[in-house]
Design a protein around this ligand. Sequence first.
Ligand code: NDP
Length: 247
Amino acid sequence: NKNYIESKVVIIMGASSGIGEATARRLAKDGAKVIISARREDRLEKLADSLSAYNVKYQVGDVRVFEDVQAVINTAMTEYGRIDVLYNNAGIMPLNPLSKLRLDEWQAMLDTNIMGVLNGIAAVLPIMEKQGSGQILATDSVAGHVVEQTSAVYAGTKFAVRAIMEGLRKEEKDMGIRSTIISPGLVDTELYTTVDDEDTQAYLKQKAKIDGLGLNPETVANAVAYAINQPEGATVTEVFIRPTRQE
Ligand code: NDP
């Protein structure tokens, strides 16, 4: 089997923990040139150090800020002269019922989960169009298809990401640019620490009992690797991966 990941230039936004971190490990070991980004520099530095046997660089950035995302893209171009893959994975999930009126959280989710993805697309699309090739992935969610209590706004952002990625696919397919949606169910990561409402935490705990344990982030990273490890003419448009016992 040919390894299409080997020597690809891959940028991962939101790579300091969870799915992004696991994906960085997986793709680095498969021989990709990986640039990892997020806000927490200590975590990025530790991850890059632990992968020093491979080709991994890090750059701090906030996906809500276009200039930050652009700077990461520029680093990759200066270093390697091309970008094969951009993985827009950064996201937050401060779940709450709408009645709590947490406008600050709503704005943060819109800015991170939606504008973060759009900033990535804006920064990389001109380069990929010039190359006539490239792949953009985004971590969506089962929440991009199904709305639960407390998830109205989070699911709204993930429905939006799915629409944006599908639009991107249709508009850019003739340019040879691939668009891939990664839609996991429950994954054991730090994402749940962004929920600060006690009632919502209790609701999620009870649901997790019904659903069973979440996936390992490594399992999702394998799915991402599968989506990248395809020949030029094939696009994995969406990957669903749920814990077996999740609804
Ligand atoms: P984590 O909290 O472990 O990872 C989130 C990542 O996003 C971190 O690296 C974080 O880094 C980064 N991030 C958050 N805000 C920003 C920002 N403004 N700028 C740059 N980076 C940012 O959780 P997961 O691995 O679970 O989450 C990854 C993605 O997977 C998210 O999009 C999430 O919505 C999605 N997802 C998760 C599921 C789950 O059950 N865990 C299920 C389905 C989808 P830092 O804080 O250092 O900036």
